[in-house]
Write a protein of this length. Structure first.
Length: 199
C-alpha cells in the first residue's frame, strides 16, 4: 500500500524524472522547459510542488547522492572486515564508471564543480556530502584499528581525504577522457593506500 499523498508522489516523480537532467546539464544548464518537457507537467504544477528551480535541484541532489549512499551502505553491511568495508568505495565507483552510476556521473563532483562559486545552497549540499564521506572513512579506519586490522597512529584525516580525492579525481579524469581504464589505474592507488593501513 502506497502511503505517500498525491502531492508527495508528484514531488517524487518530478525529482526522479529530472534527476539525470540536473546531474548532466547542471543547475544553470537545466531550464524550466527541460523540467516540463521531461515530466509532461505544466510550469504551474512544478511550482505547485516546489518553490523554484533551485528547490528542485536541491531535492535532486539528495536523490542522486542517496542512491550512491544506499549502494555503499548495502555493500558495507555485507563486508566482513574493515579492510573490505573500505574497499567498498573503490568497488562502487569502479562499477559506476561503467554505466551504473546516476545519469550524468557523480552528483557530488558535478555539483561541487558547478556550484562552488555560483550557488551557496548547492555548494553546501556537496560540502556536507564530502564531509560525511570523510567521517565515514575515518570511522571505518578507527574500527579497523580497534579490531586489530589496521596500524594504530594512522593519520585518519589524511587517508580519508586522500581516498576521496583519488576517487573523485579519478571519476573526473575517466569521464573527461572517456577512458574508464584511467579510473582503474587510480583505484589501484586507492587499494595501495588501504593496503598500507594493514598491520
Amino acid at each position: 500500500m502506497n502511503t505517500l499523498s498525491k502531492a508527495e508522489r508528484t514531488r517524487q516523480f518530478i525529482i526522479e524524472t529530472t534527476a539525470g537532467i540536473f546531474n548532466t546539464k547542471g543547475y544553470s544548464g537545466t531550464s524550466m522547459s527541460d523540467i516540463t518537457d521531461a515530466t509532461g507537467l505544466t510550469k504551474g504544477s512544478i511550482y505547485g510542488n516546489f518553490e523554484n528551480k533551485e528547490e528542485v535541484a536541491l531535492a535532486v541532489f539528495d536523490h542522486n547522492y542517496g542512491k550512491i549512499s544506499q549502494d555503499i551502505y548495502q555493500r558495507n553491511s555485507q563486508a566482513k572486515t574493515y579492510y573490505d568495508k573500505l574497499m567498498v568505495y573503490s568497488k562502487v565507483y569502479h562499477s559506476f564508471t561503467r554505466g551504473a552510476f546516476p545519469q550524468g556521473g557523480c552528483p557530488v563532483l558535478n555539483t561541487a564543480i558547478e556550484a562552488d562559486d555560483t550557488n551557496p545552497l548547492l555548494k553546501d549540499k556537496a560540502a556536507k556530502a564530502v564531509l560525511k564521506w570523510k567521517r565515514g572513512i575515518m570511522n571505518l579506519i578507527q574500527g579497523g584499528i580497534d579490531a586489530g586490522e589496521f596500524k594504530s597512529g594512522v593519520d585518519q584525516n589524511r587517508v580519508a581525504l586522500s581516498i576521496i580525492a583519488l576517487i573523485e579525481g579519478g571519476t573526473m579524469i575517466a569521464k573527461v577522457t572517456d577512458a574508464p581504464v584511467n579510473m582503474d589505474t587510480i583505484l589501484h592507488t586507492v587499494s595501495i593506500l588501504i593496503d598500507q593501513l594493514k598491520v
